[in-house]
Design a protein around this ligand. Structure first.
Ligand SMILES: Cc1cc2nc3c(=O)[nH]c(=O)nc-3n(C[C@H](O)[C@H](O)[C@H](O)COP(=O)(O)O)c2cc1C
Length: 403
């Protein structure tokens, strides 16, 4: 197949002409801090139809397509201003009035921004086109400002399962990267290891969710014990004390689980964000390296080529630094698990006291046996989940140090 194909609709309307480019092509450009183009590669010229002279010193806006909702660019700039990379689908206009779609990754450099674009092909791309069409419609109908349009886009992404623009960008690049199927041979084992790490961390998250659900299920038991104590009057006095002890110990244990589970800065969230950002940076680094290896030998010393090489190396190092963090966070988890398992022993002692009371009240159908059975179940499950969690944390540390 040709590196580039033009697909015209039957109407021969030039605005309906899509320019498609090869899977292996990388379209890059670099800008100053205001988004004015300083460098564009050959692919950019070939696909968009603008000459290099027309592109350099022009704003990127010259290829802005009217089908793009303004909220996309509003969020893009908000993110870039905060120093974060952005990855999003963009429909661009060609000089002759046609269009082409890309997945664009934009990162901050020392003197502005650098963008690498690949051909999109995934289901997420199809979903995004639908989101953009709905958003553009709302933007026009309700006369939304760029900021309002950006806020609506964030809501739509949340509805589609992405809590932030970053989470969406990470997923979009990962899916497109895998669908594209081009992996640099020297990075393939690192990518494999990162996928394995992401999977183990997600299993760990499931285990912590199960532990959390266990706490939810037994939350009412100390109250049940207290109600029972009240019903039994003098005979239940010991149960009242037991329930207070159990409640206090379980609450202390639950707050320790929070150190793993906290959605803002719990160990698991930190590890997951380190592995996904590390993989993201390495994927972007690979795209820049591919673009660099396509630079003609005569242009190897140009500013654009040097920037591609330097930024590729910077992102590669950034990725390594993020991945090293995973091992060190992982190391703290077995200690937390050990301490939690010790506390289960404490809860077990309190449960035993319940059993003693139950034995003393053999003739009364108090419901105490049911409470004891539920606590027993909770202790056994939590202990098992903690043992699994600890083993998985050790796997993460081991694999992380191999990266
Ligand atoms: C490195 C970089 C690459 C960009 N690439 C594109 C692009 O391919 N297409 C586009 O329409 N806007 C791109 N933009 C965003 C434009 O700067 C601009 O925000 C957008 O075209 C909308 O114009 P407006 O902000 O004036 O509404 C890019 C920005 C940067 C910093």
């Amino acid at each position: 197949m040709n590196a580039m194909t033009k697909i015209s609709s039957a109407s021969a309307d030039s605005s309906a002409t899509e320019v498609r480019f090869a899977n292996e092509s990388i379209i890059t450009s670099a800008t100053d801090p205001r988004g004015v183009i300083q460098f564009a590669n050959e692919k950019f010229v070939e696909v968009g139809g603008y000459s290099l002279e027309e592109l350099v010193n022009a704003p990127h806006k010259i290829m802005r397509h009217p089908d793009m909702p303004k909220g996309v660019f509003y969020l893009m700039w908000e993110c870039l201003k905060s120093g974060m990379p952005v990855c999003t689908y963009v429909k661009n206009k060609t000089k002759s009035g046609g269009y082409y779609w890309v997945l664009a990754v934009v990162t901050q450099t020392e003197n502005g921004f650098l963008s690498a674009r690949i051909r999109p092909s995934t289901e997420l791309f199809e979903t995004t086109k639908e989101i953009y069409a709905t958003l553009l419609d709302e933007e026009k109908r309700e006369n939304l400002t760029a900021e309002q349009c950006g806020a609506r886009l964030l809501e739509m992404l949340k509805d589609a399962g992405y809590p932030s623009l970053e989470a969406y960008g990470i997923e979009a690049l990962d899916l497109e990267f895998k669908a594209r199927g081009i992996i640099a041979p020297d990075l393939s084992s690192s990518f494999l290891l990162m996928d394995e790490l992401a999977e183990i961390i997600s299993d760990m998250q499931d285990l912590v969710n199960s532990i959390e659900q266990g706490f939810e299920r037994v939350r009412g038991e100390p109250v049940n014990l207290r109600i029972l104590a009240g019903r039994l009057e003098g005979a239940g006095a010991a149960l009242g004390t037991i329930s207070q002890n159990y409640d206090a110990m379980a609450k202390e244990m639950h707050s320790l689980v929070g150190r793993l589970h906290d959605p803002e800065n719990g160990s698991l969230v930190q590890m997951y964000s380190a592995v996904s950002q590390g993989r993201w940076s390495m994927q972007i680094a690979q795209l820049l390296n591919e673009a660099h290896s396509n630079v003609a030998p005569d242009d190897a010393a140009t500013d654009g080529a040097v920037l591609l090489k330097e930024h590729h190396e910077r992102l590669h190092q950034r990725s390594r630094a993020r991945l090293i963090e995973i091992s060190s966070i992982g190391k703290s988890i077995p200690d937390i698990c050990r301490s939690l398992r010790r506390r289960i022993n404490g809860l077990d002692v309190v449960k035993l006291l319940c059993k003693v009371e139950s034995g003393r009240m053999r003739d009364v159908d108090s419901g105490l046996d049911g409470i004891i059975a539920r606590l027993e179940n909770f202790h056994d499950n939590t202990d098992r989940h903690l043992a699994d969690l600890s083993a998985k944390a050790s796997q993460v540390t081991q694999k992380g140090s191999a990266l």
